[in-house]
Design a binder for this molecule. Structure first.
Ligand code: C2E
Ligand code: MG
Ligand code: MG
Length: 683
């Protein structure tokens, strides 16, 4: 890069060098000329003085003898001296005796000698008294011009001019040499600086040879640039890492939600232009939370990495597999027939996940629920497609998990309804509108009322009766179950305190507790606090846990159950037989009772194999010192069958439906020892 000549350092240096050399030479020359001029002037005066002496002596005789011719001859000898322009010889009376003049241009001698007359400008005048034998014979006046001096001046000036030119040339050369020595490295520095500031090229370097100040400056500059280059490289690497982190998931290295949104937007743009489809798969692992809770986050993380690997192996490189967070993944499938390709891919992914995963010493089987939404049929924006696929995934979970569910208009309507229900439920819980109903349970042998099971009831002002089968799963999915469960526990305990006085003997209350509630660190403390607040004897409280909680038994569950048992609270396993039964946990957990699910009771007497199974279950429970409760007994036949196989307790519409006013039943039971009045049956 070149700087404009006028402002350049080199230009200024050259001018400076030239100026310095010319001023110094001119000063020197001026001084020399002045000195020379003074010297020459003095020499001329000396010569004139000598000549005046000689001519004065030689012309003394001529004056004495009044020999004008001899005087003229003596004066004529002055012709040899080029600077003398006139010589005037005056007699003792002061009258002009003889005169000499070199050229016509020279002024004539004045006829009368004037003492004290000054020389005209440009001339030197010398007068001498002519003596003979000690007497004044006359006066000689010599006039010399300065022609010789002027001539010498001219020559000197020419020489000075030449010398000045020489000095300028030397100055110019010296300047350019200096420029090469100093300004070139400075220019190189400036050029490198420009590279850095304008083009951010930290790889620029300057030649730094030698050990002078500029070389050291260049060396320092190079070191600084090397440092800057290193830092720029580190910054670039750091930025790249940040960008990767911003767009990729740390755990699996897969694109994250943000990058997925970008890719999806791009895929939709391309599909719009080509008239193609885009299918979005929303994948959520089934039961991952339980793995995390029971085996710990480190195992959960390893499992997620393995799941990501399996999914990656099945997804085409042209499609995008992303992790949305937690146990949620998504796949974008583009193409002419993306709906079909998406379905095929989803089913293939489910197959890929089917074999058990090995994480450290654990063998884990995990499925996935997949929701699919397709552009342009279902939605046209990434946000819309994501919401629809998410909704479809939840529907797949509700349909029994480990399956693919494609979004449709009807599904959209049910999702909206569900969302609406969720909002309503939130309000209902906040306003305490969910009530507790109580269903009695009896001892089979004695027919005595032993407890009531508290069941949540929601009667919505416009929707009417909403079944717990509908709102309990929503409460569980949304986390509202904790608040709801707490309200139910408090209502049940408060209510149960009342029964004791009416019955005059112990009547328990059973409360259903969701796995999510039990997992909470504070659950046992909350139960203890409720018992304290309501004044209910802990032995009068039973907690019912569904099988899934215990099968996936996290360490937390075991601890919480032991702590509850220590409090004196009894525990029952609810809906036994509906989950993936794994009997090995039964002896390890402090259960007091086992409730056989209504689905078995309803098939008893119809399918002999069910009778046999229930029979075995009862023996098993008894061997483990657990009581058996038969749920959902609706007929006398069922009652006879469960009595025959040895069930200890019974619950069902035959003996009593859930009621909002259990005290009537308690009062009735005091007299008859059996709470099966006609009034209760009708409820
Ligand atoms: P569950 O704990 O197994 O409760 C028994 C269910 O069977 C109740 O249904 C009850 O009304 C019904 N039932 C009892 N006897 C008969 C019968 O003879 N015939 C028929 N058809 N049904 C009978 P409900 O009240 O609809 O509750 C359903 C489930 O919702 C409960 O099953 C329980 O798992 C859950 N649930 C209800 N309230 C709560 C609650 O407060 N907290 C929690 N976590 N879950 C609750
Ligand atoms: Mg129950
Ligand atoms: Mg049950």
């Amino acid at each position: 890069m070149r700087f404009p000549v006028r402002t350049s350092f080199a230009h200024r240096m050259t001018i400076l060098a030239l100026l310095a050399s010319s001023v110094s030479s001119a000063t020197l020359m001026g001084a020399f000329l002045e000195f020379d001029s003074v010297t020459t002037h003095r020499q001329l005066e000396n010569r004139l003085s000598t000549l005046a002496n000689i001519v004065g002596q030689n012309s003394a005789a001529a004056l004495l003898f009044d020999d004008r011719a001899a005087a003229m001859e003596v004066l004529g000898a002055l012709e040899a001296e080029r600077s003398v322009v006139s010589a005037c010889l005056y007699g003792s009376s002061g009258r002009l005796f003889a005169g000499y003049q070199r050229g016509a241009a020279t002024e004539n001698c004045p006829t009368q000698f004037a003492r004290g007359a000054t020389a005209t400008r440009g001339f030197v005048t010398m007068s001498r008294q002519v003596e003979r034998g000690g007497d004044a014979a006359g006066t000689l006046v010599l006039n010399a011009d300065l022609h010789e001096i002027a001539e010498r001046w001219r020559q000197m000036l020419e020489i000075t001019g030449l010398l000045l030119l020489g000095a300028l040339a030397v100055g110019g050369i010296a300047g350019s040499l200096l420029q090469r020595k100093i300004s070139q490295p400075v220019q190189a520095l400036a050029a490198a600086m420009h590279e850095v500031t304008e083009r951010h090229n930290f790889g620029a370097r300057v030649a730094a040879e030698g050990n002078d100040e500029i070389a050291r400056l260049g060396g320092g500059f190079n070191t600084m640039l090397a440092e800057l280059e290193k830092r720029a490289a580190e910054k670039t690497a750091f930025e790249a890492q940040l960008k990767h982190q911003a767009l990729n998931d740390d755990l699996t290295g897969l694109p994250n939600r943000r990058l997925l949104a970008d890719r999806l937007t791009h895929a939709l743009d391309v599909a719009r232009r080509r008239g193609h489809e885009v299918a979005l798969l929303y994948i959520d692992l089934d039961g991952f939370k339980l793995v995390n809770d029971s085996l710990g986050h480190a195992i959960g993380d390893q499992l997620l990495r393995q799941v990501a690997e399996r999914l990656r192996a099945r997804v085409r490189s042209s499609d995008t597999l992303a992790r949305l967070g937690g146990d949620e993944f998504a796949v974008v499938v583009s193409g002419e027939n993306a709906r079909e390709q998406g379905s095929v891919a989803a089913l293939a992914l489910l197959t890929m996940l089917a074999p058990a995963f090995r994480v450290e010493e654990h063998e884990i089987t995990i499925g996935a629920s997949i929701g699919m939404s397709v552009f342009p049929e279902n939605g046209t924006t990434p946000m819309e497609l994501l919401q629809q696929a998410d909704g479809a995934m939840y529907a797949a979970k509700r349909m029994g998990k480990n399956r693919l569910m494609a979004f449709s208009e009807e599904l959209g309507a049910s999702i909206r309804e569900r969302l609406n229900l969720e909002t309503e439920l939130r309000h209902a819980i906040a306003r305490g509108e969910i009530r507790a109903y109580y269903q009695p349970e009896f001892d089979v042998a004695t027919g005595r009322l032993v407890r009531f099971e508290a069941l949540a009831r929601w009667i919505h002002p416009t929707l009417g009766f909403v079944s717990p089968g509908k709102f309990i799963p929503i409460a569980e999915e949304t986390g509202l179950i904790s608040a709801l469960g707490h309200q139910m526990m408090e209502m049940a305990c408060r209510e149960a305190v009342e029964w004791q006085a009416i019955a005059g003997r112990a009547v328990q209350v059973a409360v259903n507790v969701s796995s999510l509630q039990l997992m909470r660190e504070s659950f046992v403390a909350e139960v203890a606090e409720t018992l304290r607040k309501t004044g209910l004897d802990p032995h009068l409280l039973r907690i019912e846990l569904t099988e899934s909680v215990t099968v996936n038994g996290a360490a937390r569950v075991g601890t919480a159950m032991s702590e509850l048992a220590e409090l004196g609270v009894s525990l029952a396993i609810d809906d036994f037989g509906t989950g993936y039964s794994c009997l090995s946990y039964l002896p390890r957990l402090p259960f007091d009772a086992l409730k056989i699910d209504r689905s078995f009771v309803s098939e008893m007497g119809v399918r002999p194999e069910v009778d046999a199974m229930v029979h075995s279950l009862v023996s098993l429970a008894h061997n483990l010192r657990m009581k058996v409760i038969a749920e959902g007994v609706e007929t006398e036949e069922q009652m006879a069958l469960i009595t025959e196989i040895g069930c200890n307790e019974v619950q069902g519409y035959l003996l009593g439906k859930p009621t909002s006013d259990p005290r009537v039943c308690v009062a009735a039971a005091v007299g008859s020892d059996r709470c099966s009045s006609g009034e209760l049956r009708r409820r």
